[in-house]
Design a protein around this ligand. Structure first.
Ligand code: GH3
Ligand code: MG
Ligand code: MG
Ligand code: MG
Length: 315
């Protein structure tokens, strides 16, 4: 007798193992006032490899979310003393968008309009109790897959594919928010625009792929020498923009000078030949009337730097 295993069963096992591997990076928060219900849900989720957090009421659920940025799914019981599920979901949605995390509300079978109230409060889905494990997993996994997809699409939409830096679209959104925050807190903010000098000749000598390689190296170096709180974006072909918060005019000039010096000193070799680089920079410090206006003025200063001989900072 030969035990012929069904190929589709093998496929199922392989897919499950792959999923468990992927899910190690995904945190799920289980919110339920009942210890036994929480333990059961966590036992199920553990089987699929999810990283787990738990809370027994709304207040500690909000605290967990605050503390753990990586929570992507919240499973939320409706009936809890104090804040109920609908109220908690409303509170969560005030802070966390549908592209940050998904919520599955859990209601008891027969509670009528509750599922509609949970969805209206901001849940993505709901599960009636008692449930079949099969349905539980399908709903959990589908919601997690969807949020991961949304997040990767959002990430791609904000990035420049060549260098991996933020793109101009992201710069416009995040830069405006940073500027508003700086205005509220009365802090300085610098917009630094940088254009590589004579980049055409780099392409002429090393070809377009060589030029691309140089742009990637420059991008990587800019990330190394700036702070994680700065926005570093690819503004155009060989133009980069740094938005730095909490800097006054003096610090902004120092930063721009540092960027200039670092680019001039950067050792890049393409096919064994050293490429010498330099850059021209324009710097504008808040208050300006808005990000667009600051970028326009930085661009004008950048061209002054070009016409004054390149490899210099203008502000
Ligand atoms: P300068 O700025 O000093 O005036 O001279 P430049 O030669 O850098 O002049 P310009 O800004 O007019 O030209 C930019 C060049 O950068 C033109 C283009 O071929 C090149 N470039 C733009 N985007 C890319 C890219 O993605 N990859 C490569 N390899 N080259 C690019
Ligand atoms: Mg309960
Ligand atoms: Mg240039
Ligand atoms: Mg240019």
């Amino acid at each position: 007798y030969v035990n012929k295993t069904n190929p589709s069963e093998i496929e199922h096992v392989v897919r499950t193992v792959e999923r468990i591997y992927r899910n190690r990076h995904i945190s799920v928060l289980v919110v339920d006032d009942s210890n036994s219900a929480r333990a059961y849900l966590m036992e199920l989720l553990r089987r699929y490899g999810y990283r787990l957090r738990e809370a027994r009421d709304g207040a500690s659920a909000l605290a967990q979310l605050e503390q753990h940025e990586d929570i992507r799914l919240v499973l939320c019981d409706q009936n809890m003393p104090g804040m109920d599920g609908v109220a908690l979901i409303g509170r969560i949605r005030q802070r966390y968008s549908r592209s940050h995390l998904c919520i599955i509300g859990m209601s008891n079978y027969g509670s009528g309009m509750l599922s509609a109230r949970l969805l209206k409060a901001g849940a993505n889905d709901f599960i009636n109790r008692p449930f079949l494990e099969e349905e539980f997993f399908v709903r959990v996994n589908q919601n997690v897959e969807l949020i991961e997809l949304i997040r990767s699409m959002e990430e791609n939409a904000n990035r420049d594919p060549l260098t991996g830096l933020y793109n101009r679209r992201y710069l416009a959104d995040a830069g405006r928010m940073m500027l508003e925050a700086a205005a509220r807190n009365g802090q300085g903010l610098a917009v630094i625009l940088m254009d590589l000098d004579h980049f055409k000749s780099v392409n002429d000598r090393f070809g377009h792929f060589g030029g691309d390689e140089v742009l990637r190296k420059v991008a990587r170096h800019l990330l190394e020498i700036t702070r994680s709180s700065d926005i570093v974006a690819r503004y155009g072909g060989e133009e980069f923009c740094v938005v730095a918060q909490n800097v006054d005019g003096h610090k902004a000039r120092l930063l721009a000078e540092k960027l200039r010096a670092e680019i001039a000193a950067l050792e890049v070799t393409i096919k064994g030949t050293a490429v010498s680089l330099s850059a021209s920079l324009g710097v504008v410090v808040r208050p300006g009337s808005g990000l667009e206006d600051m970028l326009t003025r930085a661009d004008r200063l950048l061209y002054e730097a070009k016409s004054s001989g390149r490899d210099q900072v203008r502000m």
